[in-house]
Design a protein around this ligand. Sequence first.
Ligand code: ZN
Length: 306
Amino acid sequence: MVREKIEIVEVGVRDGLQNDPANASTDMKLEFIDRLLEAGVRRLEAASFVNPRAVPQMADSKDVMARVPRGRGARYIGLALNARGLADAIDAKCDEVNFVVSASDGFGIRNQNADTAETVKRFGEIAEGAREAEIFCSVIVTTAFGCPFDGEISEERLLGVVGDLLDHKPDELAIADTIGVATPWDVKARMDAVQDLLASRGASVPLRLHVHNTRNTGIANVFAAVEAGVRIIDASCGGLGGCPFAPKATGNISTEDVVFMLERAGFDTGIDLDLLIKTAHWLEEALGHSVPGMVAKAGGFPANVL
Ligand code: ZN
């Protein structure tokens, strides 16, 4: 039987390490990428072209991109928040660029110095630049379920932002629970609502979910998204991560936990769980601290003992 595919976007190298206290070296990032590719990861956030003063952990993004393995089928994503970042991502030969729009004004102003309306406008320019350069361009809607500064984000507000973004024709739409406040029911309801909006606009834009496991709902939220038909999931090896602009946001849901759950359910993630677990263990050594993922602690499904 052909298994249905679910694509994992590994965000550990960027979203994960950019908030890790260990301040990973360029060599360490490249070894991390190599290990992820060995495990079967084929799409990963590798770089961020934002002001290095704001995010010093990503200041070596150009060097990382200059040395990433090519020809192994991997697609490397660079984060860009303005035209200069887009130009840098293109120069660095990123395969894709991700732009961020906050669903809340409070987070947008702190993260990008612009409210939602202004950031949507900026996305229009980025999307046009990306089309000209023929580089795949995703937009990530952050704080889509709640904001550390503005509190509740209504479904109407989220749909309004998504609707405005669709005018600029993103290649992919990611919905992000930046501070880990969503419950599975929120995820189901909002993913359904976004898909209804896409259908009503005749837009066939792939949907992607990005969750943080701050309140332990991460894996349940991935389940809810998959149940709602989402087939692209962000995760970070070991559950690394956080966000320098979201107070107390903890890591992404761990890739091993997601891969274990999805493969047991019969989906094909293309990822070798044992190699991924080994990579999580290597991360603990390399960073000098433990990682929060659960499956890396327990291992995969037990083999038969004869
Ligand atoms: Zn994140």
